[in-house]
Ligand binder design. Structure first.
Ligand code: BMA
Length: 384
């Protein structure tokens, strides 16, 4: 090889080396970025045809609980005290007070089954679809509740008139119920990112079934009927209507013990995650006891089932204890292994659960937000 040949050879070798180096660097970068994502590929979900983003959402939900828990708010961006989203604003009482949005967003589908344009709390469904997309694209977790009207009387979800046996397969209202699920499915299937990818959600239907207030509650159907309702709903959504973007969350109201929690449980093949709704309604000591008893118990069940769990609804209406966030809530939930705590909606000055500017607990809420193990939207973005 002459001198020029040698130079050419050296040049080619060094280009090749740089190329290999860049490829290796890219590979390392990409595999680092997707550590959680690759682990999510092995996650088993109740819906065997779930979109792959659902597995990734599940991986994130599990990951959160390893170092802390996320803070969630129902209808966080839809309205607050003294304002309602008209589609043009990105606002939340939580952000106004704490300088960041929640990590978990609750939305409610009640009245979608009736074909209404607004839900039972006057949130427009088109706006909701948009807010769900924004919450998800910004790194939040979205969870959906559903308070459908009583299918027999058409009164609200709180009408406990017996109806479950009518809507089960072979029941006289079964076709009507399938029509309701069809509407729900169209909405759920329409939820896509700007680039057209399906948005994964935590679906939490038929909650608080051990209470007596809903038509699917303990006074209105047997545990067997409830389980059948859940399974049929799951089958119809997944098989008939091709809904594959859901994590199914089973959540009760406060319970006396493990057997009450599991009394209506439809089975591991139909559930991915566990929840419980515990409100601060009585004395503070009672709430503290409830959190410790019920969340401790739920943590044991969740561990046995290898499922994540959350405090799916909570709050002290009107938050009239100035240091409630750090002293009452955080002190009693932070060591339990749950993935999030979601407080209920800020509907009006008579019905709210999160602080707003000037509210008594605002200062403490800022302290709560700063706790290293409490995750708002910014921290949620680190769990990817
Ligand atoms: C309840 C109340 C109701 C609301 C319902 C569904 O707890 O907040 O006002 O309609 O939840 O969001």
């Amino acid at each position: 090889m002459n001198k020029i040949g040698l130079k050419n050879y050296q040049l080619k070798a060094s280009i090749f080396q740089s190329y290999v180096y860049i490829v290796l660097l890219l590979y390392t970068f990409m595999s680092c970025k997707s550590a959680l994502r690759s682990s999510s590929e092995h996650i088993e979900l109740s819906d065997k045809n779930a979109d792959k983003e659902v597995g990734y959402l599940m991986a994130r939900i599990k990951e959160v609980s390893k170092t802390g828990y996320a803070f969630g708010h129902q209808d966080a961006t839809a309205y607050g005290i003294g304002w309602k989203n008209d589609g043009a604003q990105e606002k939340s009482d939580v952000n106004e007070v704490a300088g960041d949005f929640p990590g978990v967003y609750g939305f409610e589908l009640g009245h979608l089954e009736l074909g209404h344009t607004q839900n039972l709390d006057t949130v427009n469904f088109e706006l909701m679809a948009n807010l769900i997309r924004v919450s998800y694209e910004k790194g939040g977790i979205v969870t959906i509740s559903w308070h459908p009207n009583n299918p027999t009387t058409l009164d609200s979800a709180w009408d406990p008139t017996t109806t479950v046996h009518n809507i089960l397969e072979e029941g006289i209202l079964s076709p009507k119920y399938k029509g309701w699920l069809n509407k729900l499915a169209s909405f759920l299937n329409s939820l896509k990112t700007k680039s057209g990818k399906p948005i994964p959600l935590v679906f939490r239907p038929y909650h608080e079934m051990n209470g007596t207030w809903f038509w699917w509650g303990s006074k209105s159907c047997t545990p067997n009927e409830f389980r059948q309702l859940w399974r049929e709903t799951f089958d119809i959504l997944t098989k008939n209507y091709g809904v594959h973007n859901l994590i199914y969350c089973y959540s009760t109201d406060a319970v006396e013990n493990k057997s009450e929690y599991l009394k209506y449980y439809p089975g591991d093949d139909y559930v991915d995650m566990l929840g419980i709704d515990l409100y601060h309604k009585k004395a503070t000591e009672d709430y503290i006891e409830l959190l410790n008893d019920n969340l401790g118990m739920l943590g044991v069940i969740a561990k046995e089932k290898k499922m994540p769990f959350a405090l799916t609804e909570s709050g002290l209406e009107g938050v009239n204890i100035a240091d409630w966030w750090t002293e009452v809530l955080d002190k009693n939930v932070s060591n339990k292994g749950l993935s999030w705590v979601l407080v209920w909606r800020n509907a009006s000055v008579d019905h709210y659960f999160a602080p707003f500017i000037g509210q008594l607990s605002s200062e403490d809420f800022v302290k709560f937000k700063r706790l290293p193990h409490v995750f708002f939207l910014q921290e949620m973005n680190k769990i990817r």
